[in-house]
Structure formats: structure tokens, C-alpha cells
Design a protein. Structure first.
Ligand SMILES: NC(=O)c1ccc[n+]([C@@H]2O[C@H](COP(=O)([O-])OP(=O)(O)OC[C@H]3O[C@@H](n4cnc5c(N)ncnc54)[C@H](O)[C@@H]3O)[C@@H](O)[C@H]2O)c1
Length: 306
């Protein structure tokens, strides 16, 4: 089976591509290298340097004929989306729609989309949020993720193109980017390794559902094999605040540091945590890596790779 991974030079995409190869899948990667790195691309893949917004992407589909598309390519910064909503929509909505349209025309069986459970629900009313929680993104980034989910729904109804939208929590782990939704982990690791004390924004009690990238790799493989169509939360169900992150990474570093706090970021979402029961039920997936274990693995990776 041939799988085309967009954004395969990036953090999540390259980890997923590694996992797919280990499982024996044939992998084709599309990435414009705007944020990804060539050295992240696994050796046993075919790589096309291309923009997902480009209509000529169709040439890749014509020659490769992928069975499944895993769509990770995106502008990944919530803050950039607030400052430049048109750029965000261009990449994250129009790029996604281009890919969906081409996939439909070239007989792709299923699209697995990297959506965002951390942003599509907006400020949560129920903790943890399951998939029926009201949708109300409070950033252009979240709006674009939701818009792409709506297009996927439409194409599945109109043309029978199956999809699974994996609504990720905040994903962290080796190769992660400091600008992503779980960027704080990369930022803290780098600062601590450089002998600096990282600054905690506000009181540090803002929470997220931090999910280890190895668990995300496993869920992508489960999604390939599943018949389910629709959105699924991918998280741990555990709320972790920034002060806890700081303390776990501090012990991973073995350094003695006092917490320091800066001003809170205006408009930052306060709490986010995802109910993962649907993933357990329909994908047979649940996270295996605890926050302590995952942060230790991540710190070690930054120590060895920076
Ligand atoms: N990291 C998280 O916590 C998180 C949480 C929820 C959802 N997601 C989503 O998961 C996906 C992967 O995120 P990531 O953290 O690995 O980010 P990343 O930046 O490491 O990976 C994205 C990749 O897409 C590529 N790309 C960007 N624009 C492109 C374009 N127009 N055409 C082709 N390639 C393009 C980049 O070069 C990069 O390699 C994204 O869709 C992101 O929105 C991430």
C-alpha cells in the first residue's frame, strides 16, 4: 500500500513516515521545506519538494497513485494565524482543499488529516471535551482546521472519499518545533540545555493535553486500518499545566532552577483537555507514554541533537 505524507519533513510527518516504513508501507513525501528539514526525511521514501497549494501537485498523484494521503503540511503557528489570517487560510484552507480535490480525482481511498483538538473547540465548557463538544475556534488557525474538516465531510458525502480527522492535543517529542502547539516543551528544553531558566508566561496554570509523538505514530497506523469516517480526538485525557512541565523538565535536566514568571500572553486559551474514548472504541488506540516518560525522552533527544 502506498501512502503519501504531506509535511513529511516536519515534526509529526517525519515521525509518522518513519513508523509507516517500519510497518512495511511504501511512503511518498510532499513538503515545500518551508519549515521542515530535509534530514528528517527517511531514506526509504520518495521525496517531492512541492507546495500543497500548487495545482501541479496533481503530477505527483498521476505518477505515484497513492492509496492513502496523510495530510500534515500546514502553517502551524496559532500566533502567526492571528497576525496573518490570510496567509494562514491560504496554506491551511486552500492547500488542504487543493489536496482533497486532487485526491478525489486520482482515486485516493482515504485522507487522514492532522486536525487540532486543542483549537477547534475554543475555550472549553466541558472537561475533557469529547467530539460532540460545541465547536468555537478562537484563532484563525482553529477556523482553518475546522474548515478543512468540513470540506472532508463534504467530499466524503458527495464523492465517497473516506477521511479521519485526528483532532490532536498538543504534540511533543523528538524533532518538535518551538512554534507549534506544544512549542513550550521545545523552548524549555533548549533554554535549560543552554543554561538559561525558561520564562513561564503568566501564572503557568494554563493547561493543555500534551501527547507524545510516538503515540501519534501508532494512531496514524490504526487510522489507516480503520473503517471509521469522521473526527476523533487524539489526546491523553490528562490536563498538564506549564508549571508541571517546568518541574518535570527541570528534574530531567538535573539542574537547580527557580521558577520565573513573565506577563501572561493576551488571548491565550486557558484550559484544553480531550476525551479519548472514541479513539479507544473505534481505533483500539490509547496513549502509552506518560507525560513524565515523554518529557524525559524529549529532553534527552534535545540534549543529543542540539
Ligand atoms: N505539533 C502539534 O502540537 C500539533 C497539534 C495539532 C495539530 N497539528 C498539526 O499537525 C501537522 C504537523 O504539524 P508539525 O507540528 O509536525 O509541524 P511542522 O511545521 O514540523 O510540519 C509541517 C510541515 O509542513 C510543511 N509545509 C508547510 N507549508 C507547506 C506547504 N504550503 N506545502 C507543502 N509543505 C508545507 C513544512 O515544511 C513542515 O515540514 C500540522 O497540520 C499541524 O497543524 C500539530
Amino acid at each position: 500500500m502506498k501512502i503519501l505524507v504531506t509535511g513529511g519533513a516536519g515534526f509529526i510527518g517525519s515521525n509518522v513516515a518513519d513508523g509507516l516504513i517500519a510497518e512495511g508501507y511504501e511512503v511518498v513525501i510532499v513538503d515545500d521545506l518551508s519549515n521542515g528539514r530535509k534530514e528528517n526525511i527517511p531514506g526509504k521514501t520518495k521525496f517531492y519538494k512541492a507546495d500543497v497549494r500548487d495545482r501541479k501537485l496533481e503530477d505527483v498523484f498521476k505518477s505515484e497513485k497513492p492509496d492513502i494521503v496523510i495530510h500534515n503540511a500546514a502553517q502551524l503557528s496559532v500566533r502567526v494565524s492571528v497576525e496573518e489570517p490570510l496567509t494562514d487560510a491560504d496554506i491551511n484552507i486552500m492547500g488542504g482543499l487543493n489536496l482533497i480535490d486532487i485526491s478525489k480525482r486520482y482515486g485516493v481511498k482515504k485522507i487522514i488529516f492532522a486536525s487540532s483538538g486543542g483549537t477547534v473547540y475554543g475555550e472549553q465548557k466541558i472537561f475533557p471535551a469529547d467530539e460532540s463538544h460545541p465547536l468555537g475556534p478562537i484563532s484563525p488557525y482553529g477556523v482553518a482546521k475546522l474548515a478543512t474538516e468540513h470540506y472532508l465531510y463534504y467530499f466524503s458525502k458527495a464523492y465517497g472519499l473516506d477521511y479521519i480527522a485526528l483532532r490532536y492535543g498538543n504534540i511533543y517529542g523528538p524533532r518538535q518545533d518551538p512554534h507549534g502547539e506544544a512549542g513550550v516543551v521545545a523552548i524549555f528544553c533548549k533554554k535549560m540545555l543552554g543554561g538559561e531558566v525558561p520564562l513561564i508566561n503568566g501564572d503557568g496554570l494554563q493547561t493543555r493535553d500534551y501527547t507524545y509523538v510516538g503515540d501519534v505514530v501508532r494512531v496514524n497506523i490504526a487510522a489507516i486500518k480503520s473503517d471509521f469516517v469522521g473526527p476523533i480526538n487524539i489526546g491523553t485525557g490528562v490536563e498538564t499545566d506549564v508549571v508541571t512541565l517546568f518541574n518535570v523538565l527541570k528534574s530531567a535536566s538535573g539542574k537547580d532552577m527557580e521558577e520565573i514568571h513573565g506577563p501572561a500572553k493576551a488571548g491565550e486559551q486557558r484550559r484544553s483537555v480531550l476525551d479519548n474514548n472514541l479513539a479507544k472504541e473505534v481505533l483500539g488506540w490509547e496513549p502509552e507514554i506518560s507525560i513524565e516518560e515523554g518529557l524525559n525522552l524529549t529532553y534527552k533527544w534535545f540534549e543529543e541533537n542540539n
